[in-house]
Design a protein around this ligand. Sequence first.
Ligand code: ZN
Ligand code: ZN
Length: 448
Amino acid sequence: MHCCHFDLDSTLVPTKTTLSRCPACAHELVLLEAGAPSWCPACQWNLDVYDPALAPWRGTRMIGRWGFRRGLEIDRATYEQVLAAPEARPDGTSSGEVWLSVVSVLLALLGVAAVGYLAWLVVASDLPQGVRLALAIPAVLVLLLVKPSFGRVPRYGVITEREAPQLHRLVREVADAAGTPVPDVICADLSLNAGVARLGWRQRSVLVIGIPLWVMLPRPARVSLLAHELGHLANGDPLRVRRTLLARTFGARAVVATGGRNPWRRAVHAADSLAEQGSGPVVLLGMIVHGIVALANVAGATAQLLVDSVAMPDSRRAEYRADLVARRVAGSAAFLRSSETVLLAGRIWQDLWHLAPRIDGEQLEAAAAEARESLAARLPLARQLSRRTTDLWSSHPGEDQRMRLIEALPAVDGALCVDTRRWADIDTELAPRRRAAHNILLGTRDRF
Ligand SMILES: [Zn+2]
Ligand SMILES: [Zn+2]
């Protein structure tokens, strides 16, 4: 259970096509593809509109459009709120959280009841074996939906203090500055991401650093990334997620358990193949079963959407709060550099993929910096586009919204300074990880 902190779809870098002029300021409009709503890059006329090609797909356009508008409203309100009181401690329990906690408790009780019922079936009832088995099925299904999961501390990728003393020292300093305990475990993985979570039976705090993203980030921006993640710990976000986890996941679990996306297509398909083989009653029974599964799937998806519309406003607020910690610890400029890198990360990774056979792991960082510079011209449009990629059910505000908040606050220097020597030491410590990232680049290339 890993809380990921960037919605990465930075392959979305537009090509500019001149269409016509902005009705507001007469600047040339940008058009991504025929039929998509064009917008003005200068005054942002028509930027905040629903674009089904960019917004997350939510089953129908009507729901998607509504969710997009609601997302904009929530971001605007949160922005105003945080801006009005940037130093305020995160408010206590929100009403959304109370709801989710109540639902979680009810689901947990349902689980306990199912266990009790199963025990009764096995021990106390004197029904025939077959009947007992049939009666047990619903309880087992319920247990599958509500069984607790604690996550697991990754076995591979743990960066020990012996292996990387300087990195551990840096994380300790960031934690100090952020006002949070030092994470119990630091882990590396090969994602374009980073995150914190509480995992395992002991609920240890785990900081995960995606080495590909780390390599791309300018050094001060790495402090910002660490501070953002540790800011979640300081604000207690992983615990909050943990408390409401049952409510947050049972809908998604139901969808997965009933086969994932497109339930009706699957049901029709199954009915077709049944009709080819079987005879009357079997086909009918099969169709009914598949119909019930599809209905359960839709119910699960709807439940998840409802839960998310309660949970996501809090989740977005938590991101803004963690960004404020990053600003305080690393400084405004470092935060903005890290956001820019995230916006381009997908493209930088593509460039590195092309370069990979000609460089080794040691050159990865320099190559990434070069790619970042050469892509910088695309930043303004990529940033504007990020506004079209979030809606009510997104866990993160768009990158542009996050950057705007930091830009609206007075620019500050970071509380933490790391000199070049220490950065070089950290780089040396992480050399094997960079090699692994380089191998991944080579590996993906081979596969194509
Ligand atoms: Zn975050
Ligand atoms: Zn304009």
